[in-house]
Design a binder for this molecule. Structure first.
Ligand code: FES
Ligand code: FES
Length: 237
């Protein structure tokens, strides 16, 4: 069972710079004890060795904003940030996040307001069914934290592991461009766990998302389990 402690207090700010102290170890019950931060809250839990980070977030912590699409590292719907890097949480085991800072889509809002990237997805019509959207936004967040003014090619690369079957990629890319223009510098990289390198750092397998620029249905690609995802960005403009 997991335990969520309260929001990070002022007295804990120094710790936030270095992240939580991991406690991973096998318990007498054959589970792993873990200690991580999730959206700025300390979480301690015992998890079975086989529990994925995606399962842990959705089923144990109730953070259902993170979606499961393929469950195989190919669609990017499950993307979260781990120490600032986009990760396919369906491929990462929960105990592997011990001592790390995890940010999910729920961690982006501030005082009930959408994050500028979320707003841009809405205003630019980059959302239809929305199933891909949380993962897409987390990839965009990692990109903009590391690179506030990305080129279109860099945006394509950053979301190359995120498949969308509804909108095509043109509006999604446009939304990320709009968000980059709207984001004040002070809001970039100010979240726990979002100060990493972003693009190019996704753990686990990735599907190179080829696209015909209209419906996104041509994404194929292949990745290697546990490898660092290469980039074969969408072709859409
Ligand atoms: S559900 Fe994780 S990559 Fe598809
Ligand atoms: S909006 Fe439906 S899969 Fe992207």
């Amino acid at each position: 069972m997991s335990e969520c402690c309260g929001p990070v207090g002022a007295g804990e700010s120094a710790a936030s710079a270095s992240g939580p102290r991991g406690t991973s170890g096998v318990t007498s019950r054959g589970t792993f004890s873990v200690n991580m931060w999730v959206n700025g809250r300390t979480v301690r839990a015992e998890v079975p060795a086989t529990r994925t980070l995606l399962e842990f977030l959705r089923e144990d912590l109730g953070l259902t904003g993170t979606k499961e699409g393929c469950g195989k590292g190919e669609c990017g719907a499950c993307t979260v940030l781990v120490d600032g890097k986009p990760v396919n949480s369906c491929l990462m085991l929960a105990y592997q996040a011990d001592g790390k800072q995890v940010v999910t889509i729920e961690g982006l809002e501030r005082d009930g307001s959408l994050h500028p990237i979320q707003e841009a997805f809405v205003t630019e019509g980059a959302v239809q069914c929305g199933f891909c959207t949380p993962g897409m936004i987390m990839s965009a967040k990692a990109l903009l934290d590391a690179n506030p003014s990305p080129t279109r090619d860099e945006i394509r690369q950053a979301i190359s592991g995120n498949l969308c079957r509804c909108t095509g990629y043109a509006k999604i890319i446009r939304a990320i461009e709009v968000a980059a223009a709207r984001l004040p510098g002070a809001e970039r990289g100010d979240d726990p766990g979002t100060t990493g390198t972003g693009a190019g750092a996704r753990a686990g397998a990735g599907a190179g998302a080829g696209s015909d620029g209209s419906d996104g249905s041509d994404g194929t690609g292949a990745g290697a389990l546990g490898g660092v995802r290469g980039f074969a960005g969408p072709d859409a403009t």
